[in-house]
Design a protein around this ligand. Structure first.
Ligand SMILES: O=C(O)CCC(=O)C(=O)O
Ligand SMILES: [Fe+2]
Length: 377
């Protein structure tokens, strides 16, 4: 008898010994009528047109300074490549736990590369976190010796190319933000350069399915919002609803999936570097709507962070100067400041180096004069 399709697939695995990456496809968007946040859409295909960057910078101004979230489209990254990354991530999360556990995040040192298990309890709720993630460092010599899971080794060339191409989207955004700040165009891109050591990472992330009752218990304990730790976060269109931003008017609104788009947000270190001018927006992930409750919420993200050679000193922006935001200390190159990596690692350690997630209402985090709130209603 001819082998069935599944038998053939299994024999392919054994004969090539490679992990089979099954194509993953996006789930259907919710049909619930949710309150969606109106986000500006930045068309990156216009970036290289004459005057294009200046025009896009104008369009981005309000998003960067007031809303904190926006969407980019026409990024130049083919959707088949995006889906392939989702597929690799999805396959990774289905690997046996012993394999996933091979390279855990070293939270004791505030290092976020590697696998984060969904092993921590949420306070005293009896419910555990449902999030797993794999954080992949930049494909540069500095991280050549970072341990890699099998699936990463097998697909490394593809992952490495994708990694750099996603950073290229972040680079363009840094250029637009530098234009807004009246800085030399490459100022912020250079401060977050791909080839310099930093804790940037590409992230495969999954919110495993849990029951409504478990969601309720988890969210009753903590439904607060957070801000991201680095400078920019890029989230490839997420079709399972749940991400909400806190609007400038103080309302929670959902982020809508945009086919082929990337939802972006500014984060804490960019706020520090601009003395609060760039807004690090508060957001959270809540229970998905009923028609998506049983869909694992697979995510693909890129986190850009200032690195080892970027001092956490406010940028010399003529605009910030005119706004009176820069003090003498900010402008003094001899005033000691921490590096981007030092700050980010201190923050990661404070949030994640624990086995039970604690209540953080009313608390804040401070490291060498850089302060953020831990929790937002
Ligand atoms: O999964 C999402 O939609 C966003 C996740 C998030 O906010 C984070 O990982 O910081
Ligand atoms: Fe976040």
């Amino acid at each position: 008898m001819a082998p069935s399709a599944t038998e053939r697939v299994e024999s392919q695995i054994t004969s090539s010994n490679r992990i089979l990456v099954k194509p993953w496809s996006r789930p259907k968007p919710t049909s619930e009528d949710l309150e969606w946040a109106p986000l500006v859409k930045i068309d990156l295909s216009r970036f290289d047109e004459p005057g294009g960057k200046q025009e896009l910078a104008k369009q981005l101004y309000d998003a960067v300074t007031r809303v904190g979230f926006w969407v980019v489209v026409n990024t130049g990254i083919d959707d088949a490549r995006v889906l392939r990354q989702f597929s690799i991530g999805n396959t990774f999360f289905k690997e046996p736990l012993e394999e996933k556990r091979k390279n855990p995040c070293n939270f004791a040192e505030g290092e976020y590369f590697g696998y984060r298990e969904n092993s921590r309890w949420i306070g005293d709720t009896g419910v555990k976190e449902n999030i797993e993630m794999l954080n992949i460092p930049k494909a540069i010599p500095a991280y050549e010796n970072e341990p890699k899971h099998e699936i990463m080794k097998e697909n490394w060339e593809e992952i490495a190319k994708f990694h750099r191409d996603v950073w290229e989207v972040a680079r363009k955004l840094f250029v637009l933000i530098a234009i807004i700040l009246e800085l030399p165009e490459n100022y912020l891109a250079d401060a977050h350069a791909y080839d310099d050591a930093s804790d940037d990472h590409l992230r495969y992330m999954i919110y495993n399915v849990r029951t409504q009752e478990e969601w309720d218990r988890a969210q009753a304990y903590s439904k607060g919002g957070h801000t991201d730790f680095g400078s920019l976060t890029l989230l490839f269109s997420q079709h399972v609803a749940g991400l909400q931003i806190r609007t400038p008017e103080g309302k929670w609104q959902y982020v809508k999936p945009v086919e082929g788009g990337i939802t972006c947000n500014a984060a804490d270190t960019l706020t520090f570097l601009t003395k609060g001018f760039v807004k690090s927006t508060v957001h959270r992930v809540v229970t998905p709507p009923a028609d998506q409750l049983n869909i694992p919420r697979l995510g693909l993200l890129y986190f850009s962070r200032p690195g080892d050679t970027t001092p956490m000193r406010p940028v010399p922006s003529p605009l910030l100067e005119r706004l009176g935001l820069l003090t003498g200390e900010d402008k003094d190159p001899n005033h000691p400041v921490v590096s981007g990596t030092e700050y980010v690692r201190a923050r990661v350690k404070d949030v994640h180096h624990k086995t039970v997630l604690d209540k953080r209402e009313g608390t804040s985090f401070e490291f060498k004069g850089l302060k953020v709130q831990n929790y937002y209603d």
